[in-house]
Design a protein. Sequence first.
Length: 289
Amino acid sequence: MLFRRAATLLALLLSPLLAACGRADPPTLRLATTTSTEDSGLLQAILPDFQARYGARVEVVAVGTGQALALGEAGDADVLLVHDPAREQAFVAAGHGTARYPVMYNDFVIVGPAADPAGVAQTPTAAQALAAIARAQAPWASRGDQSGTHSKELALWRAAGITPNPQAPWYASLGQGMGPTLIYAAEQGAYTLSDRATYLAMAARLEGLAILFGGPSIEQNPDPALYNPYSVIPVNPGKDAAIQYELAMQFVEWITSLPTQQRIADYGLEQYGQPLFYPDSELWRAQNP
């Protein structure tokens, strides 16, 4: 009798441990992406569906596109969601990624103090807006982090024929993500370039900061140079044996699928009166010519 009781007690103690040993940890997908997809709240809204559908965990590293590409090149990410077409093409051409798949787009806007001391709102193009800021030596906050947004800013300065001096008192190169850069601009009364999604998601915290160039929506943005496309890129599995390539391809299939594209189209509509991102996968375009 005593032996049976001891055996029963031992079984009760060991059963949770045995059950735990029988459960495999869910696979982890390492997603290196831009700060805009995180700061806008988009990933928090759509990723639970992927995790439930594939029984996987997504580890998000939200950095500038340059840093995301570097993580992919080092084999420290499984898949990238980024927005710098020229660098993405070079990344794939160099064999670091297997292909680029279009996912979505939004646009860039120039934000700054509502009083607009540089007269940005009266300029016809984004490059001329930056030229007006430089002439006025109005405070400018640059991300300075090799992100897609920083790349776009540098392209606009080139289009304006200006090479800003990072040591100039009016030009602050922060080395920060979009959220901290917007907060700095609001606190310092500075202008900056932002993706519209992050600005709209944070606007309630950005007292005195307004969209001065780019219009109230992407449809009313007067400058096509401010178009901002996003792509998903699976990292070459030859980089590292730990790369979850099959899961990365499942992520590609999922994020470009019609149901997920519809979630992207719907995100922001109720709260902001406009989508924060617009779906753009090949499947979506085929269904919505």
